[in-house]
Design a protein around this ligand. Sequence first.
Ligand code: NAD
Length: 346
Amino acid sequence: MTTIKVAINGFGTIGKRVADAVDAQDDMEIVGVTKTGPSFGCDLAVKKGFPLYCTFDDQDRISAFAAGGYECKGGLSDLLEIADVVVDCSPGKMGADNLAKYKAAGVKHLFQGGEKHDLTGKSYTSSANHAENLGVEGVRVVSCNTTGLSRTLVPLFEHCGSLKVECTMIRRAADPGDSNKGPINAIKPVLKVPSHHGPDVMTVKPEIEINSLAVAVPTTIMHLHAIVVDLPDGHGLTTDSIVNMWKETPRVIVMKGNENRITTTAEVMEMARDIGRKWGDLHEIFVWEDGVSLQGNRLYYFQAIHQESDVIPENIDAIRAVMGTESDWKVSVAKTDAAISAYYNL
Ligand code: NAD
């Protein structure tokens, strides 16, 4: 088996997690990660044995690493020369500049949800459209919110053949490691209506009709979605059968909130810390069973999203898609998740 050589451009919140998840797999390896300059984040790369490169090619920036006590192997161009695929984990909206570099180097590329669909013209979630992205040059792994919506809506769509969805994204104000975002004492509606989150699902499953509203609230740990779905006549589903469908869906956890005393996102994240993945991550979407209710053709439910980590295993499946090494999304998902569990001895 040839090992896929993976570069990570941007070793921040998402980049360091994708690097660990790649390191966990037996069919891929990290050939290097980039930092813009010396900082505490470089220590993690050193500790993990990931070769450290500079995000840029200019010599002054590369030399700054040595001055900071870190060995820097070179600039981004040097890293791209030895990579089969680069996972771009730069802050959003830097994609256009970086895309030009990846194309010039002839390297396959993944972007994250901070970039627009138009950048690559292709977007990805494991359950929605893995097969459509086999062997493509580049793809965008959609945002944490869109990934979460796709996880629960795609199996419903596959059963029903059509869905109309309205949802409200109740969004965390900042990641736990951010010190420059808010609000800290307000609820901030996103005044672009509808928000981009729901319609973004249509970049991976165009047949789902969906709109969304979004508000930012003063919490850092999770997003919460309040979702209303109109099912077509003759759907043949019940509340229980929908719950059972999600219980059998990969990367979805369904639990009774009241019975298990897990009624808020605080307890969900405490459970995630008990699971034992690094950083207390929860790759799964959490659905409260007692919050699911089908009334006639209208389905109501809530789900919670660990924004820093639900997209991480999707990046691994997307690497296999662009490299064309696994055509069956379910096989890739099972392989990805088993390897991550083994990596953390879960
Ligand atoms: P981050 O700020 O934590 O990390 C970004 C890293 O990229 C930093 O280390 C930064 O120094 C580095 N960087 C800066 N300029 C760069 C450049 N030109 N090229 C490459 N790297 C550069 O950001 P993040 O939260 O990891 O977000 C990365 C991407 O993932 C964004 O598109 C974001 O929208 C998306 N995303 C974030 C989350 C989340 O909750 N944090 C969830 C899903 C998707």
